[in-house]
Design a binder for this molecule. Structure first.
Ligand SMILES: NC(=O)c1ccc[n+]([C@@H]2O[C@H](COP(=O)([O-])OP(=O)(O)OC[C@H]3O[C@@H](n4cnc5c(N)ncnc54)[C@H](OP(=O)(O)O)[C@@H]3O)[C@@H](O)[C@H]2O)c1
Length: 431
């Protein structure tokens, strides 16, 4: 298998070829207003903000930049208002842009607003934030204005492709001090998802991994590169599948065994290896038929897939029928697998600030590195969506929202190319 060059620079892994690609196109000339970057300039009375919104579901064309999005405010005692410095994209942003999960998510939004909103639009996408607290509700005890924080924004809340985002205290965590905002924004959503899947569904944790063999199917993207590092920090043996040109990346973040799924029959290749305690499936589809056979039978082993039909079913069949059909499908497959001595489970993202506190410690002690493939300026959000939609992710795609504050620059008129984090002294080849 050929190797792939990965460079570790400071505390971040990046892929030089992808950075060049990401920055070469600049089809969007948006004269952004000066982002209101300083904490002192913040006022509870700020009613409008810059944001990328969608007013309908569709392709990239529905993304619209505005300086007049409604700014969130403190509306309950546990609210934390964050000025966004960086955000990142996840596959769910592409899916939500096209309407994925709209029925279930609208129900959740309506419950939050007690049914006051007739329409869910305009929606702000973006599920990761790294930024600075600008205001807190009266009951907030862990954060004060000026704190640097990171968080995963639940899909039913307005997202982070905006100047400001409002979250509950429970969803927020102090950002690792060793990371820049751009680096930090690459972590929360994939970390919350991976931890929820591996801990809640997979039964793994820092104290029981030493003798565990874990297989990650689809390890070269956001969830995979984070999961490898987490499992290695916990002492597990980690086998992964990925394309041949991602081998350097996944080995660079700690994978023990790597199987190239493009080289032939991946199920047969994996079947020649010792059996696994847990399989985390980031790809789904056909793999859910053969991957449970790779588990140690009658030993509590678990197959956990992140690719579930729940939201797609409620979109196409409605809440009731979609929910019931999904439940039936899950229980049928779970029973079938139980008869073969293994557990079959669905994994989901779950908002959890305290979990991010643990991740923050792992980052600050050097056990987990952010893996940023490409960084886009805020003005080029549509290009970032285009990049992610092209597939073949190698880590995360990040958006620098408040470049002025991050770089200590005097102004932010117009579009700027993102040149942060690239190269520099001390870069080290891992493979
Ligand atoms: N249930 C939930 O709450 C939840 C939450 C987060 C994410 N997810 C889902 O989890 C999946 C992974 O998320 P992510 O953020 O890691 O996505 P991502 O960053 O887009 O990464 C996906 C990776 O899988 C690789 N890949 C594609 N086909 C493959 C195959 N057959 N075998 C092995 N690798 C393959 C891709 O590279 P190549 O194509 O170059 O091989 C890419 O590196 C997505 O489907 C996402 O929607 C679910």
């Amino acid at each position: 298998m050929s190797s792939f060059k990965v460079i570790a620079c400071g505390r971040q892994l990046f892929l030089p070829h992808a950075r060049g690609r990401a920055l070469s196109s600049s089809g969007h000339t948006i004269l952004m207003g000066r982002l209101k970057g300083s904490l002192s300039a913040f006022s509870r009375l700020q009613s409008n903000m810059s944001a990328w919104v969608i007013d309908e579901y569709g392709n990239n064309g529905v993304l619209r930049f505005t300086e007049e999005a409604t700014a969130p405010s403190i509306s309950s005692g546990d609210d934390v208002l964050i000025r966004v410095h960086a955000a990142s994209l996840n596959p769910i942003d592409i899916a939500m842009r096209a309407g994925y999960g709209s029925i279930l998510l609208k129900l959740r939004r309506d419950l939050m607003s007690l049914g006051q909103n007739a329409s869910e639009f305009p929606i702000i996408l973006g599920r990761d934030v790294s930024g600075v607290v600008v205001d807190c509700g009266s009951g907030v005890t862990h954060f004060t204005p000026g704190d640097e924080v990171w968080a995963a924004v639940p899909p039913w809340k307005q997202g982070s492709l905006a100047e400001l985002v409002s979250l509950s205290e429970y969803e927020v965590s102090h950002k690792p001090s060793s990371l820049s905002h751009t680096e930090a924004a690459s972590v929360p959503y994939v970390a919350s998802t991976a931890l929820s899947a591996l801990v809640n569904a997979g039964g793994l944790g820092r104290d029981n991994c030493a003798d565990k063999r874990v297989l990650i199917i689809g390890a070269s993207g956001g969830v995979g590169t984070f999961s490898i590092q987490l499992l290695k920090a916990w002492g597990a043996h980690v086998t992964v599948t990925c394309s041949h040109n991602a081998e350097g990346l996944v080995r660079g973040v700690g994978a023990d065994d790597v199987v190239d799924y493009t080289a032939g029959d991946v199920a047969a290749e994996l079947g020649r290896l010792e059996k696994f305690d847990v399989v985390l499936d980031n790809v789904g589809g056909g793999s859910e038929h053969w991957a449970p056979d790779l588990l140690k039978a009658w030993s509590g082993a678990k197959y956990v897939t992140l690719v579930t039909p729940l939201l797609a079913n409620t979109d196409s069949m409605g809440l009731l029928e979609g929910g019931v059909r999904s439940g039936l499908a899950l229980s049928q497959v779970a029973v079938k697998n139980m008869c073969n001595g293994v557990f079959y489970r669905w994994g989901f993202y779950a908002p959890d600030g305290p979990v991010l506190d643990d991740v923050s410690r792992l980052v600050d002690t050097g056990k987990i590195l952010p893996v940023v493939e490409a960084t886009f300026p805020f003005a080029q959000v549509p290009l970032a969506f285009q990049k992610l939609e092209g597939g073949h992710a190698r880590g995360k795609t990040v958006i620098s929202v408040n470049q002025e504050a991050q770089e200590g620059m005097a102004g932010t008129e117009g579009v700027e190319e993102n040149t942060s984090e690239a190269g520099g002294d001390g870069a080290k080849e891992l493979n």
